[in-house]
Design a protein around this ligand. Structure first.
Ligand code: GLU
Length: 289
């Protein structure tokens, strides 16, 4: 079976040099190994994703000389399968509803922080501080009946007890040079959100389901997602999905050494193309042969 690679951008902005690095690396590896290259639009967030961004992504990738297997997969067309996965986790008693607004959560975090340090996840966001897990069934029913929006959270303690120790095979490296067999640390993320009242999935859930459905066995992506792999391994174990091999690559930095944000004139592919840069020069700028 040929290896299966994928590039999985979110069409919520234009591509920049960092995306080009990820896409070209996936394409190069697929070519070198006689593998397949898939393209996946991670467009579950209807408020931020737009058709013109999706079109621009196809244009930019074609301009770079990347050929993926048509058709690209759109996550927004597959909500029922994420819902099924969520239901399986609910069925295992690993999911609970949390009704706090973002403002309420921020208030609770501030209260904890005033009393001392409150843990943050690998992305720097405070862990969920709430007590929704212990809501009484009657309280939950009342909140549901009154239409309050909610998030569906993974009960991390229960999930860890069920899954046991996890690791993954890393062929690239993490932010501190982690490589080879890496011990997953999903507890560092707390009770992550798996879905919301209006969106029956989340990045973590859909990425894990899709990599399995699409038979992706080589996940090649930016180092900013290195520690998210802990949550992905946990969900793979709980949902009985195969574990891909991971290769996290260093991020492209701007001249000042900062992480790139969505498309700026200095690093946006459309802008660079309009300014006369060639695909060969893009490869050179990001250090690909
Ligand atoms: N859609 C994610 C992003 O644009 C990437 C997901 C992944 O490669 O796992 O950052």
């Amino acid at each position: 079976m040929p290896p299966v690679f994928r590039f999985a951008p979110s069409p919520n902005g234009y591509l920049h040099l960092g995306h080009a690095y990820s896409a070209l690396l996936n394409a190069d590896l697929a070519q070198q190994t006689g593998g397949r290259l898939l393209l996946r639009m991670e467009d579950i967030d209807a408020t931020r994703c737009r058709p013109e961004f999706e079109t621009a992504i196809y244009d930019d990738l074609r301009w770079l000389g990347i050929a993926w297997e048509e058709p690209a997969r759109r996550q927004s067309e597959h909500f029922p399968i994420y819902r099924d996965a969520l239901d399986r986790l609910i069925g295992q008693g690993l999911v609970y509803l949390s009704f706090e607004s973002r403002a309420e959560i921020a208030r609770q975090v501030a209260e904890r922080e005033a009393k001392g340090a409150w843990p943050r996840d690998p992305d720097g966001a405070p862990l969920y501080p709430g007590a929704a897990k212990s809501l009484l069934p009657k309280e939950r029913e009342q909140l549901l009946a009154s239409g309050v929006p909610y998030a569906l959270r993974l009960d991390m303690t229960a999930a860890l007890a069920k899954a046991g120790a996890l690791e993954w095979q890393e062929q690239g490296s993490g932010p501190s040079g982690e490589t080879g067999r890496v011990a997953a640390q999903p507890q560092a993320w707390g009770d992550v959100i798996l879905a919301r009242k209006d969106t029956p999935t989340s990045y973590h859930l859909s990425v894990v389901v899709d990599d399995a459905v699409q038979g992706v066995i080589d996940v090649v992506r930016g180092q900013d997602l290195f520690w998210a792999t802990s949550v992905h391994r946990l969900l793979q174990r709980l949902l009985d999905l195969p574990a891909p091999v991971y290769r996290h690559h260093p991020l492209v930095r701007d001249e000042a050494g900062n992480k790139l944000s969505k498309s700026t004139a200095a690093t946006g592919l459309r802008e660079l193309r309009a300014a006369g840069m060639t695909p060969a020069e893009v490869r050179q700028r990001i250090g690909l042969p």
